[in-house]
Design a protein around this ligand. Sequence first.
Ligand code: NAD
Ligand code: ZN
Length: 254
Amino acid sequence: MPQFRQIIDEARAILPFTGAGISTECGIPDFRSPGGMWTKNRPIPFDEFLASQEARNESWRRRFAMGDEFGNAKPGRGHRALASLYRAGKVPAVVTQNIDNLHQASGIAPEHVVELHGNTTYALCMDCQQRYELSWVRSRMEAGNGCAPDCTACGGYITTATISFGQAMPDTAMRQAEALLLSCDLFLAIGSSLVVWPAAGFPLMAKRNGARLIIVNREPTDFDDIADLVVRGDIGTVFEPFVDDGSSTDVHRL
Ligand code: NAD
Ligand code: ZN
């Protein structure tokens, strides 16, 4: 921990890169957690979503079931520590694989949260990008015998603002992530197994560009060998000393 603190203190521009592990203490299971929501159902591939009304209905039913379970999640100590470092000017922005909106909820401005996989807390028309709130989709489904509604402006399909399996990575977010990566002097990988692209490419890119690399995860990753420091522990506990938001550091649980 003293070494962790020292590297954070010495850094001028820290780029946190976060995965599902930062949100587990908030009650949202990570990808690999046995029996978790994400592992119970086969993911609906993007082409199936496009091809079938029933796949769209099913995808929305799952989303609302998930919302009933995780909808009230609050930022955890990891999120709050990063928000504290952001306010202190050490963290210009956060790049995340998460879709849970908890970095924004912790006080980081939305334009400073780069979401590689999108955001599941609101919906968009796939054709004209019109925004819809989930409560609207839900009430339309309830009124329409469980049938997922289409865009009222253009008739396009409405989905949560996330990237599905089989869909391309969003260009703007990828460009922003790469620019941040190339301008940071410390790349801080938090709670990601670092096995999925592009997450698997980022640590090496940052290192090659001269940044230091810290990996915080309770399990080993393939990049531990090239890291300047590996902190093998619980994210909430590791980041608790960096929470500086004037409130108590109770773990938020659902
Ligand atoms: P992952 O499940 O592949 O890896 C999470 C890692 O975090 C694991 O290595 C695990 O050991 C570690 N971890 C979990 N809790 C921890 C804790 N308290 N302290 C320390 N380490 C902890 O997650 P990923 O790399 O983000 O990839 C999963 C994919 O699924 C992502 O693409 C993400 O978009 C999506 N997902 C998102 C959420 C979310 O938004 N909260 C949740 C689950 C999955
Ligand atoms: Zn539309």
